[in-house]
Design a binder for this molecule. Structure first.
Ligand SMILES: Nc1nc2c(ncn2[C@@H]2O[C@H](COP(=O)(O)OP(=O)(O)O)[C@@H](O)[C@H]2O)c(=O)[nH]1
Ligand SMILES: [Mg+2]
Length: 271
């Protein structure tokens, strides 16, 4: 909180933040009900992309009319598998959980279903940017245009290859977003280095504000065509607790979920 901010102003800011969170959560709860049943509509694909998208779906064994499909792409170690586990309310060592911390980059695409949402599938894609995976052909090799929404996990900054994936996704009119996971580790480092005193709502929101500004500037400078692609700052640890309805400090887990749910429903004309 800036110097000179009165306690009345602090309370007002905190109340506004709580109000915004309640609004997001209320909307999220409402939207998520749609995922309890089969998609009502197909995704409309532009005529010149129909063949490529159908090929991509076939290659992943995707039934796009019967299921909502979300793809998780990005470099090795960015937290794709951990996020999928958290979204499924699973610990990394639970039976059936995605394998975490695996440096072997050659394993295949694996899709995971959702215990409470049988019509949702989450696709864990092999990491890009390794010797085993050529970044220039990653998008086409892995048929990344097949999903309702492509979620690109990033590291501290958005690299050229992530920009290319997002650009390609947009050329197919596919919903896409960047996600910077592992933010709890950043916060722990800041505390360790005495940059912040405590990890609390205030320091988290300041961290998100600063990091979001940095990402926005990066996009403005390197990819002005992609400034509409949102970036969410999250932690899979917080996501797990959020999904399990356990108390936790949140980063942008609710905003991220709201976005992907909303994009999928919009593409299917269900919103
Ligand atoms: N603290 C923390 N560690 C994470 C988080 N997400 C992933 N990790 C760790 O980062 C490493 C790589 O995660 P993984 O999900 O396997 O990344 P992937 O290669 O992109 O699938 C593992 O050691 C995870 O435990 C997170 O949100 N917080
Ligand atoms: Mg993985």
């Amino acid at each position: 909180m800036g110097a000179g901010t009165s306690s009345a102003q602090n309370v007002e800011i905190a109340l506004k933040a709580i109000d915004a969170s309640i609004q997001i959560l209320t909307l999220l709860i409402k939207l998520v009900q749609e995922f309890k049943s089969r998609p009502k509509n197909s995704i409309a694909i532009e005529e010149n992309y129909v063949e490529a998208v159908n090929d991509a779906r076939k290659s992943h064994g995707i039934d796009s009319d019967g299921y909502f499909n979300f793809g998780f792409a990005g470099r090795v170690n960015t937290g794709k598998s951990s996020l999928i586990n958290a979204l499924r309310g699973m610990k990394d060592n639970d039976p059936g959980a995605a394998r975490v911390g695996i440096t072997d980059t050659t394993y295949n695409v694996v899709n995971y279903s959702y215990p409470d949402y049988p019509y949702v599938k989450l696709f864990d894609l092999p990491g890009s940017g390794s010797l085993a995976r050529d970044a220039t052909t990653y998008f086409s090799d892995l048929y990344l245009c097949a999903f309702d929404c492509l979620i690109i996990l990033t590291e501290g900054s958005i690299g050229e290859e992530e920009l290319q994936f997002a650009r390609k996704a947009r050329s197919y009119n596919q919903a896409v977003c960047f996600v910077r996971s592992r933010c709890d580790q950043d916060m722990a480092n800041l505390k360790e280095n005495c940059v912040i005193e405590e990890i609390n709502e205030e320091s988290i929101s300041e961290f998100i504000e600063n990091t979001a500004e940095y990402y926005k500037n990066q996009l403005n400078m390197n990819a002005p065509d992609l400034t509409q692609v949102p970036c969410f700052f999250i932690s899979s640890r917080s996501m797990y607790k959020f999904i399990r309805k356990m108390p936790t400090m949140l980063y942008q887990e609710a905003e991220f979920l709201k976005y992907i749910v909303q994009m999928s429903l919009t593409r299917r004309g269900q919103l």
